[in-house]
Design a binder for this molecule. Structure first.
Ligand code: HEC
Ligand code: HEC
Length: 300
């Protein structure tokens, strides 16, 4: 099953590479490449054995296939791995080795100092559109063990090169839904679908949903245009990361974050009030009107 999924990805990635290269305008402004990461997490073969190794392995399984290994806390078909590529190992794809050593840290999102576990709880609630696993649950212990292991020999508290998604400069022109729609049709829809629902084969997700009921909800980091643009420019199209210009990345981010998706779990009962409380910022389109439709009003 795993190899069928990888093969489907490989074939589509190759098919798209040709088409998308041709579609890219000559001399399109490329965003600057981020600084190379100097840290390497341990290889799979170095995974420990015994009870701690079992926890690390379970954590990796949860990370790579969240709906299967943590179904009670997952409300869509996304896995952590869909946004933190290569099992949370890839630099500039918000890798877990760089995150692990950066907590506890203050977060303005919930206005308190968050432990690493509390940070993971947020990912389940918003990105996975699910429920926060209790801090002492087996799921949480496994994900923490896996991240701790990936961070073997990383310095605590250091700001590591490759952490997060590299921040893109503000675009020359404000992000445009119309231009983003064209970028999406040319560079993304082959894998993620014209309807944003992604592609499944034999019941397994091959290409994840970028909007609709199986995608991240309106409270997720990815639902703000800057986070989506940063992620997309550094990681998409799969196999051709870094080829979109900063402007194209902002435009396509605005396009996918102008579509319906699951409701913000902090919804107060009123879209306007929820926007005022949690989305009062031009980088979130929640509660704004796009094509005559109020985003969040018919959340899936
Ligand atoms: C060749 C297929 C392919 C193409 C083309 C592609 N993606 Fe992806 N995309 C993927 C895969 C596969 C993942 C999950 C990564 C993983 O699990 O390794 C992903 C993940 C994502 C995610 C995060 C997960 C989610 O569903 O929200 C977003 C957002 C995304 N892609 C946006 C885009 C955008 C925008 C484009 C076009 C600029 C694009 N992708 C082009 C295959 C593709
Ligand atoms: C839809 C994409 C998406 C999915 C799925 C997702 N994340 Fe994230 N994650 C993000 C984005 C975007 C950020 C950074 C922006 C923010 O602060 O929300 C982030 C941030 C993080 C951070 C903080 C990184 C740092 O350096 O401080 C951790 C840890 C994390 N995610 C873990 C997870 C885990 C574990 C899962 C699965 C249970 C998961 N994420 C699922 C998109 C996603």
């Amino acid at each position: 099953m795993k190899s069928a999924k990888l093969e489907a990805r490989r074939v589509l990635t190759l098919a798209l590479c040709g088409a998308a290269w041709l579609a890219l305008p000559n001399g399109a402004a490329r965003a600057q490449a981020p600084a190379p990461a100097t840290f390497s997490p341990p290889g799979e073969a170095a995974m420990p054995t015994g009870p701690f190794g079992d926890a690390v392995k379970l954590g990796e399984n949860i990370f790579r296939n969240t709906p299967k290994y943590a179904p009670q806390f997952t409300g869509n078909t996304l896995s952590c791995d869909n946004c933190h590529l290569d099992g949370g190992r890839l630099a500039n794809s918000s890798p877990m080795w760089a995150a692990y050593v950066a907590y506890p840290a203050y977060r303005s999102k919930n206005k308190k100092v968050n432990t690493f576990g509390e940070r993971l709880q947020g990912c389940f609630r918003f990105s996975e559109n699910g429920k926060a696993p209790p801090l002492d649950s087996a799921v949480m212990v496994a994900l923490e063990s896996y991240s701790f292991w990936l961070a073997t020999n990383a310095p605590t508290g250091a700001k590591m090169a490759g952490r997060g998604y590299p921040e893109l400069p503000k675009p020359a022109q404000p992000p445009s839904y119309q231009r983003g729609q064209v970028v999406y049709a040319q560079n993304c829809s082959l894998c993620h679908g014209a309807d944003g629902a992604g592609t499944a084969a034999h019941g397994a997700v091959v290409f994840p949903a970028v909007w609709g009921k199986n995608s991240y909800n309106w409270g997720a980091g990815m639902s703000t245009i800057n986070n989506a643009a940063d992620f997309i420019q550094a990681n998409m199209p799969l196999g051709m990361a870094g080829t979109l210009s900063a402007q194209q990345a902002w435009d396509v981010a605005a396009y996918i974050d102008s579509q319906d998706r699951p409701q913000d779990p902090r919804f107060t009962g009123s879209v306007a009030e929820t926007r005022a409380k949690f989305h009062d910022n031009p980088l979130s389109l929640y509660g704004t009107t796009v094509n005559g439709h109020v985003l969040g009003a018919t959340a899936q």
